[in-house]
Structures are given as structure tokens and as C-alpha cells.
Design a protein around this ligand. Sequence first.
Ligand code: AMP
Ligand code: MG
Length: 408
Amino acid sequence: MFTAVEAEQLIFSLVVPVQAVETVDIAGDVAGCLGRILATPVTGELDFPHWDNSAMDGYAVRADDIQRVPATLHIVEEIPAGKRPQKTIGPGQAARILTGAMMPAGADTVVMQEESERQGAQVTILKSSDRQAFVRQQGSFYRAGSKLLENKRAIAPADIALLAAAQQTYVQVYRRPRVAILSTGSELVRPDQRLHPGQIVDSNQYALTALVAQTGAIPVPMGIVSDDRKAVSRAIASALMQADMVISSGGVSVGDYDYVDAVLAELGATLHIRAVAVKPGKPLTVATINSRERPQLYFGLPGNPASAMVGFWRFVAPAIAKLSGRAGPWSPAFVWAQAQAALKAGGQRETYLWGQLTANQAGYAFEPAGGSHSSGNLVNLANTNGLGIVPQGEQIAAGQPVRVLKIS
Ligand code: AMP
Ligand code: MG
């Protein structure tokens, strides 16, 4: 049986990132660009700032004219932001200038309004300033031709601002991977179907669809498959045809109706992992199958809702991060927090306890969810934003540090 870290490393070694790229338009579809993974670095063709401009409301002057103050200058022009200056500032002259406006030729310094006194077409500068004071110089933030954004990173709102300002509206991103989702189990019914005694509502399909969508990949929900070997085989084969990765839940334990592993073997898959020493979520199947141009990864998660979700957060989400073309690290974010209650590992397995992670002055606090941490309990799993990790065989007393997997 693999440890969580061993399983994660092995999974990363099996993921082949998507290569295909497509073009997105920042100006035309902001929502469609957000979170996409840049396939090529972006280089700007403009200097930032584009030209020398004023950082203040005040007067554009020649530094030489204000070495001795008070100095009275003649105002030759008014330059609001957006106007192209028409005059060259000569000795004894100044221009009224507003924040962001382009500097006029001849001037090299801005005196802020508060350090001047205006009388009609004249201004008296009361305080001398250094040459270049309050001038944002062309190219001082960024020179045309240098790299604006690294590739293999998700496009964030500030990146969109930058791309827009640089007039780089079309960018190359990786195609979003498609992830097929199957629920196996003859006991399962859809949430909108009538529940007969003994049946269970399929919640994993919806949880996994939401989780996949959160990673930025395209979820392809494929419905419920009954515990019938032929049906499972058909469903897996069809899922592999439609997606870059397949996730199923259920049917990977050692029960009489757990067919997933056998069917995968029959379809020619290589089974790399069948169990990981974590709780919940010990039965975890990881297989690859060469049914398309490159190996596709298959995750068989356990059916218990909490097990399926914990398995997703710990192993599947990082694999999708790599599949999407992102630069590493792909592992989940772990933080240290102060445990707000005693935490105990279950059996000889690394144990993931769900709960609330909150930021405080000292860093983070972790409060495990109340009620049963049974892997079937969905009710107290709601609102989870962190999984407290207790190493195998250990206990963490209240007030002690616990490592927490952060769920965004
Ligand atoms: P399995 O891993 O197939 O043995 O399923 C373990 C437990 O999880 C059983 O109690 C199932 O009824 C339950 N279960 C399996 N699949 C789902 C699902 N898609 N949604 C909710 N519960 C499920
Ligand atoms: Mg089952």
C-alpha cells in the first residue's frame, strides 16, 4: 500500500499535460479568459508608462527655473490627461498639468499645486524641487519587448488588467482538459428520482462535477452505471472516448460487485495504485490506458461521499492541475494551524479530518467539524474548507499545531 506522498508522486509521473492551444480574447470575453492557463509567455510592445507623464496635479516646469524660489513663471498651456501638449516650455515658462497628463517638451519637473500660488496666467513656485520630481518616466516600469507574463500560469484578474493595458488582447492558452465522471452502484438513483427503500441518492456525480469545474477543467458527467460487469465496461470505454481523464466513484473495494479494477484490466489498462494508506479513502484505483494518442489517467474513487471528496482534493485535483498545463508545484496547499480540539488518527492510516480553517493573528486555526467523521456523513462535510491531517497512529492535542490541506 502506498503512502499519500508516494501515491501523489507516482500520479504526477503518469500525467501528460494537454498540449493543444487555443486563442482567447481578453477584450471580448473576460470571464472566458479568467483562470485559463497561458501557453506562451506574453511580451509587451509598449513602454510603461507609454510616455513621460505627471504623477500630480500641478505645474510642469524646467528644474533650472525653480532653483531659487519664489520663482514666478508664465503659464503657456493647460494639459489635462489625454491631451497632447502643443507647446515647448521655454525659460521662465510653465504648463498647468494634471495627473496622468503627458509632459510637454522642455519641462523636466512637476511642482505640485500645493507648493505654488496662481495669479491668472502666472504661477509662483514657492518651493524648489529636484529635477524629475513627480514625473513618471517613459518605460520606467517596463520596457517594450520584455516579458509581461510567464506561461503555464492561470490568468488572474490583475493579469487581465495588464494584458488590456498592454493591448495584448489575444493570448494563447491550453485547451481545457475534459474530465468524465461516472457513478457506479446499482443502489443509486438520481436526485430527481423517487427513492425506494434500500436505494441511495447519487451525490458523488454532482460533487465531482462541481470539484472538476472548480479546477478549471471541463466536467463531463456520464451518469449512473449499475454494478454489472458489461455495463461498467461499456461506460468506462465510452468515458475514455470522450475525455482526457476519467473519474469514477464506487466499485473499487473488495465487494462482490466491485468490478472497476477487473474491467480496467480487461480493457488493457495498467493499474498503478489500488490502495493508499489514508483515511477516509483507502481503496483508490489509479490506472493508465493508452486508448488515445497519449496515456489517459483513470481514477477509481471509493463510493463513500466523504472518501470520494477527500480523494479528489488530495490526489485528483493536483493531477488535473498538471494535466491542465500549469507549472508546478501541483500539490495541494498545506498550512500549519492550531488545532481547536483533540484530533486522532484512525487505524494505521494518515487521517484527514474535515473542518473549518480560519485565519487569525497567529496564522491559522483549525476546528474539526462536529459530529461523525464517518466517510458517509455528508452533512458535516458541508462548508469544509480544510482537511486536518493526523499522521498514522498519532494524536494531536487541542492547542497543538496540525497540518491542514487548504481547500479553496
Ligand atoms: P462502494 O465504494 O461502491 O462500495 O460504495 C460505498 C458506499 O458509498 C455505499 O454505501 C454506497 O451506497 C455509497 N455510494 C456509492 N456511490 C455513491 C454515490 N455516487 N453517491 C453517494 N453515495 C454513494
Ligand atoms: Mg458500490
